[in-house]
Design a protein around this ligand. Structure first.
Ligand code: SAM
Length: 226
C-alpha cells in the first residue's frame, strides 16, 4: 500500500499527464499512478544500482513494463526534452531536489508541472522555483509515522511570483491555511532554534558566528510572527 506521503504527491497529478518520477527507488509512485489509471505512461529515473534494480523488479511484478520505463541515470538527464508533462521528485532534501532541477534545467522543456516533496528545507526549492519562472500553485503538509512532510505543486508561469521571506520559509499556501500539522511543525522548529540560540550565547564571538546569530534571530522572528 502506498504511503500517505506518496499518495499526496500522486493526488497532485491530473488524469492524462505523462510523469517522470526522479529518484524513484521502488517505483511505487509511477506504479500507483498507472494502476489507478491516472497516467498511461511513466518514466522512473534512478541513479543508484540497488534502487534501480528494485524499480525494475517492481514494474515487472506489477506487469507494467509496457507503460513504465525504468531508466538509470543522474537526475533529469534520463529525460529528453518534451517527453513528459510532469516531473515528481520526492523523499530527498530540499537542496538536493533544487540541485537536480538546476542541473537539468534544459531537460525541463515541455514540462508543465513539478510536484516536489522535500524531507527538509523546502525553502531552497521555493527559492529555486521563483528564480526559474515557476509559480507555486498549491502546497500540502501532512504527518505520517511521526514525521511531517511538505509537498509543493508548481506550474510554469509568465508572471514572476514574488514571495515574502516568511512565505519562502513557511510556504505561501501552508501559511494561509495554518493547519494543525503546520502549527505543530513550526512550534517544534521554534523550540529547536531557540535551543541553538542559547548554545550560541556561550560561544566565542567571531564575525561568522555573529552573522549566523543574526540569521537565526531573523528566522525565529519570521516563525513567531506567523
Ligand atoms: N522517491 C521515493 C520516495 O519518495 O519514496 C524514494 C526516495 S529515496 C529516499 C531517494 C532516492 O533518490 C534514492 O533511491 C536515491 O538513490 C535517489 N537519488 C538521489 N539522488 C539522485 C539523482 N541525482 N538522480 C536520481 N536519483 C537520485
Amino acid at each position: 500500500q502506498l504511503s500517505q506521503r506518496l499518495k499526496a504527491v500522486a493526488d497532485f497529478v491530473n488524469k492524462g499527464e505523462t510523469v517522470a518520477d526522479i529518484g524513484s527507488d521502488h517505483a511505487y509512485l509511477p506504479c500507483y499512478l498507472v494502476k489507478t489509471n491516472k497516467v498511461n505512461r511513466a518514466i522512473a529515473g534512478e541513479i543508484v544500482e540497488g534502487p534501480y534494480q528494485s524499480a525494475v523488479r517492481q514494474v515487472k511484478e506489477d506487469q507494467l513494463t509496457e507503460k513504465i520505463e525504468v531508466r538509470k541515470g543522474n537526475g533529469l538527464t534520463v529525460l529528453s526534452p518534451g517527453e513528459v508533462t510532469t516531473v515528481t521528485i520526492a523523499g530527498m532534501g530540499g537542496p538536493l531536489i533544487s540541485d537536480i532541477l538546476e542541473n537539468g534545467k534544459d531537460r525541463l522543456t515541455g514540462v508543465q508541472k513539478l510536484i516536489l516533496q522535500p524531507n527538509i528545507s523546502a525553502i531552497s526549492i521555493r527559492q529555486w522555483l521563483l528564480n526559474n519562472g515557476w509559480q507555486i500553485k498549491d502546497e500540502k503538509i501532512l504527518e505520517e509515522d511521526r514525521k511531517i512532510y511538505e509537498i509543493i505543486l508548481a506550474e510554469r508561469s509568465e508572471n514572476h511570483q514574488s514571495l515574502s521571506q516568511q512565505e519562502l520559509l513557511l510556504g505561501p499556501v501552508l501559511l494561509k491555511e495554518k493547519s494543525a500539522v503546520f502549527i505543530n511543525k513550526w512550534n517544534h522548529e521554534l523550540v529547536q532554534l531557540r535551543n541553538i540560540q542559547k548554545q550560541m550565547e556561550g560561544a566565542e564571538v567571531s564575525p561568522s558566528l555573529s552573522e549566523k546569530k543574526k540569521q537565526l534571530e531573523q528566522k525565529i522572528l519570521l516563525i513567531e510572527e506567523a
